[in-house]
Design a binder for this molecule. Structure first.
Ligand SMILES: *Cc1c(COP(=O)(O)O)cnc(C)c1O
Length: 398
């Protein structure tokens, strides 16, 4: 299933390819024969734009796969979140709670709406938004008579589901709708408790996914909004297609967006969806192999939490606090040995556009950024290449 032979030379995201110096890439798309077939079919059918059979078929199959009633295909994960927030009524002057430790694509749509993000730190067990901090903030606002956030955005980072029960309890207690940013967690499920068997993105009122090139399944660029609410789904479809009303005279009943996925991209997505179980299986295999190889090292390994079934979209580790050396030394060491390791995100409270946003806590996210990096975990990573990564990691501690 490797397209390495036809990959453009030096292309960082070329499937299965090595970087210029033979570097093992962090993560690259897995594009094969099925993808080629569906994309070609889309091109040859003439339906290259947002109208076409693959778009609705992709939506139908995606909804079925994650167990949602509706799925609306969008041009990106960021666009899906933007539409999701609009559906929840987020507007100018509102507060929206968001995980502090996440990719900036989670929070930018809050700013697009003219709303103010309220950043809540991660917890150390899941690296996701801290349920105790969130509950304390919502309870405090209720007691103080302050306005509650218009919505709470819960991100499942790195393929790790959040501890959803206490988060939902807090939001439901105060009547605040939840939007799940499941951009990184396609294929992840809760495996015990109230949400056992449910896929990330289907517990909150709205769930959003991304099919960017680095995600577990890709459409080149794309996203999906899922919901069980008929009216929200209809409105999402309306808003993503320029709010066009059926009428001969180009009637648009509000300000809409050109946010619909194209038929070509949907063809790619359909093929990826058919292979998703293999991708998730590969991520699990890679993670289990790393876990075993690093068990005796002083590294902090990715969260393994009973009941929260992660996909290990990225396999991320932390340099121990007790180590005199930091993440940069670790990164330099690995990169120098041809291992395409990469730092975790700078928390949002430290990003220039959000320096003035209120933040609750922040030290956990700071610690993840200061000490964390991700190791190569492309679904096509060979055992031999993984052994090279393992040897490189072990030699740092030798
Ligand atoms: C990738 C990502 C997004 C944005 O998705 P795009 O498809 O790149 O717009 C949003 N949130 C998180 C957590 C992501 O990883």
């Amino acid at each position: 299933m490797s397209g390495a032979g036809s990959a453009p030379a030096g292309e960082a995201h070329a499937p299965g390819a090595r970087g210029p110096e033979g570097t093992i890439p962090l993560a690259v798309p897995n594009i094969g024969e099925l993808e080629r077939r569906y994309v070609l079919e889309a091109v040859e059918s003439g339906f290259v734009s947002s109208v076409g059979p693959f778009v609705s078929e992709f939506e139908r199959r995606f909804a079925e796969r994650v167990g949602a009633k509706h799925a609306v295909a969008c041009a990106s994960g960021t666009a899906a979140i933007h539409i999701g927030l609009l559906l929840l009524g987020v507007g100018r002057g509102d507060d929206v709670v968001c995980s502090d430790f996440t990719f900036v694509g989670s929070v930018n749509p809050i700013a697009y709406c003219g709303a103010r993000p309220v950043l809540v730190d991660a917890e150390t067990t899941t690296w996701n938004i801290d349920p105790a901090l969130l509950a304390a903030e919502l309870d405090r606002r209720a007691v103080a008579g302050e306005a509650q956030p218009r919505a709470v955005e819960i991100v499942h980072v790195l393929g790790q589901p959040a501890d959803m029960e206490p988060l939902m309890d807090a939001c439901e207690r105060h009547g605040i709708p939840v939007l799940e940013d499941a951009a990184e967690s396609l294929g992840a499920t809760w495996t015990a408790g109230r949400y056992a068997g449910r896929h990330t993105g289907t517990v909150g009122r709205i769930g959003c996914f991304s099919f960017n090139g680095n995600k577990i399944a890709t459409t080149g660029g794309g996203g999906m909004l899922v919901t069980d609410d008929d009216d929200l789904a209809a409105r999402a479809r309306h808003l993503t297609t320029q709010a066009k009303v059926p009428d001969v005279g180009y009637l648009h009943d509000e300000v809409g967006y050109n946010y619909r996925l194209t038929n070509i991209a949907a063809g790619l997505g359909l093929a990826q969806l058919e292979r998703l179980d293999d991708f998730v299986g590969a991520k699990h295999r890679i993670a289990a192999r790393y876990d075993e190889a690093f068990a005796d090292l002083p590294l902090v390994l990715p969260p393994r939490v009973e009941g929260l079934g992660a996909t290990y979209w990225l396999y991320s580790v932390l340099v121990p606090e007790t180590d005199g050396r930091g993440r940069d030394e670790f990164l330099d060491h690995l990169n120098g040995l041809g291992v395409g390791a990469r730092a975790l995100w700078r928390p949002l409270h430290a990003q220039p556009p959000f320096l003035t946003a209120p933040v609750l806590g922040g030290a956990v996210g700071d610690g993840l950024f200061a000490r964390g990096l991700s190791l190569p975990c492309a679904t096509e990573l060979t055992d031999a290449d993984q052994d090279r990564v393992i040897a490189a990691v072990r030699s740092f501690f030798a």
